[in-house]
Design a protein around this ligand. Structure first.
Ligand code: AMP
Ligand code: MG
Length: 407
């Protein structure tokens, strides 16, 4: 059995960014990966803007203002957002609104709550403002010609907003990674179908498809494949041609009904099998030949138990797919948190325990850590990464990977 860190290292070493890029509308580019740097053609904001509703002034004009002797200025113009501003005449104030251009000559905005409009149309100020107040400077967010998003950035909602803020209507992204997925198990039925004795629902299809969708992959779902060597081999051959990665679920252990590993060995090669982790030990990695060609599609075989396939996807498939898509930083942030439970020593496998953050900021453990109990993954907020042969005592600091880092 391979240690998890070694297995992940080998997996990532094998990953190469896929060839090809495409231009997509920024609105549709969520979860994709930038193929080139995005450089800003302009300053953001493009001009000095007011960050308050109030009055644009020269601070020096109000230097002598006090409670007893307020300074009143005539209002020389009105500047709503989106409209041009004329230079501010000396000794006057400009009525201004949030997001509007600060007129040339003004150096300060006084918020309207600090100003008193009088009957003669003048506006009075009872204290001197801090010079420069309530102005967002031109280029305060982004400087023209600076790289705002480097190639290899995964496009989060915030990143899309940033790209749009410099006027990018379209973005050059790495072509979507193509993944074929199939599920093995004669016991599997789809929700909506009747469940005869011995059958269970194919829950993994829903978990894994949703996880793949979040990674921006192009997915071909080949459905449920019978527990037979010939059927498994044929499906692998079919999947290899058009896809970067073939992902399978179930049938990868050592039982007589587990045909995935021998099928991959016949159609390609297995380069890694059995990881010292719990859940997820039978995880397999390899490749499947593409017809008569020299090249091959990557293969990852996930175990069938729902918690095992979920955890191995998060810890191995996710970083692998991100690497194929050209993302540089693919490992999740790990947090040091207090265990508010104790747990007896495990075996020589690295455990990934489903845990939840409690109200005092510590971690509670889900009572049933069986790899068949999917409830633990919904109850939990993340995984405790517990080293081999390690007992956890209450109060101890443990390594916690929140699902938000992984999904
Ligand atoms: P296997 O890895 O094929 O030995 O399956 C291990 C366990 O996971 C068995 O109890 C299977 O019935 C269950 N299982 C396999 N595939 C799925 C699936 N797609 N959805 C839900 N459970 C599954
Ligand atoms: Mg099976």
């Amino acid at each position: 059995m391979l240690a998890t860190a070694d297995a992940l290292g080998r997996l990532l070493d094998a990953a190469r960014q896929v060839d090809g890029r495409e231009r997509v509308d920024t609105l549709d580019a969520g979860n994709r990966v930038l193929a080139v740097d995005v450089t800003s053609p302009l300053d953001v904001p493009p001009m000095h803007t007011s960050s308050m509703d109030g009055y644009a002034v020269r601070a020096a004009d109000l230097a002598g203002a006090s409670e007893g002797a307020s300074v009143a200025l005539p209002v020389s113009q009105r500047i709503p957002a989106g409209h041009a501003a004329a230079p501010l005449a000396a000794g006057t104030a400009a009525r201004i609104f949030t997001g509007a251009t600060v007129p040339p000559g003004a150096d300060t905005v006084v918020m309207q709550e600090m100003a008193q409009v009088s009957d003669d149309g003048r506006v009075a100020f009872a204290q001197p403002p801090a010079a420069g107040e309530w102005i967002t400077r031109q280029g305060a967010d982004i400087r023209r010609d600076s790289v705002i998003l480097p190639a290899g950035t995964r496009l989060t909602p915030q990143a899309l907003g940033l790209a749009a803020s410099v006027g990018c209507a379209q973005l050059d992204v790495v072509r979507a990674v193509r993944v074929a997925i199939f599920f093995t198990g004669d016991e599997l039925r789809m929700p909506g179908e009747p469940l005869e004795p011995g059958a269970i629902y194919n829950s993994n299809r829903f978990t894994l498809r949703a996880l793949l969708a979040k990674l921006g992959c192009e997915v071909t779902d080949l459905g449920i494949v019978p527990d037979r060597l010939d059927a498994t081999r044929e499906t692998l051959r079919r999947a290899a041609g058009e896809h970067d990665l073939i992902l399978t679920c179930g049938g990868v252990s050592v039982g007589e009904e587990d045909h995935v590993k021998p099928a991959v060995e016949a159609e390609g090669r297995i380069s890694m099998w059995q990881i010292a982790m719990k859940p997820g030990k039978p995880l397999a990695f390899g490749a499947v030949r593409r017809g008569d060609q020299e090249d091959e599609a990557f293969f990852i075989g996930l175990p069938g138990n729902p918690v095992s396939s979920f955890c191995t996807f998060l810890l191995f498939v996710r970083p692998f797919l991100l690497r194929l898509a050209g993302v540089k930083h693919v490992t999740p942030r790990v947090y040091s948190m207090r265990a508010d439970f104790s747990q007896k020593k495990g075996d020589r496998r690295n455990e990934f325990l489903r845990a939840r953050v409690n109200e005092s900021g510590g971690l509670d453990l889900f009572e049933n850590q069986s790899s068949a109990v999917l409830t633990s993954t919904v109850w939990g907020d993340g995984l405790i990464d517990n080293p081999p042969n390690h007992a956890i005592s209450a109060g101890e600091i443990v390594r916690f990977i929140p699902f938000s880092e992984l999904i």
